[in-house]
Design a protein around this ligand. Sequence first.
Ligand code: 5GP
Length: 217
Amino acid sequence: MSSAEAVTGAIARRGLMLVLSSPSGAGKTTISRRLLDQDDNLSLSVSVTTRPMRPGEVDGTDYFFIDRDRYDQLAAAGDLLEHAEVFGHFYGTPRSAVEAALAAGRDVLFDIDWQGTQQLKQAAREDLVSVFILPPSTAELERRLKARAEDPPEVIAGRMAKAADEISHWAEYDYIVVNHEIEASVAQVDAILRAERLRRERQTGLTGFVRGLSRKR
Ligand code: 5GP
């Protein structure tokens, strides 16, 4: 069985692009990892970035870490599906890996900001499903950012300031999940993914399938 068939039975389908956005610390990375672990038909779009690698990050798994010259080359060549400056660093989505996955009927998960989401919406509205993750409160957001301790305090303060800015874009998303509790949030995003896979227009093999059903025996 192909991976496309694993999701919709014998009916051919095309993959969808599931975007998760949130301010830093709202739980997006944890939710992404859980979804990727539990869903064999979902793969992560690994972005390029010019920001320095954090402890524990792996080149090619978390990001492709590149310098500014390489980033400019990729952007100029049209090799990035979307790209944006976030917190003073540059980020972008390599085009070819996404296109190959979608063509094979696989779904792709994107951990990108609102600017990238807007660009993807313009490029591929039909294939896009966007989810915004909100923190339960400002106090909880701050607590989670401090608990991470990966970044220096001035970076955390900067991200708190930017959180309000990112949150202001919530209404541009198809679905909103308030992350009170991680298990419940993972289940909610999983439910969104399962329902969106069944949308008529994504099941490209339906016409033939239904024709077969109506054929006189
Ligand atoms: P971080 O540096 O903490 O990994 O990510 C900072 C922000 O950049 C997050 O909001 C993340 O979603 C966003 N981001 C990561 N990769 C991309 C990308 O390829 N494109 C865009 N537009 N944003 C990205």
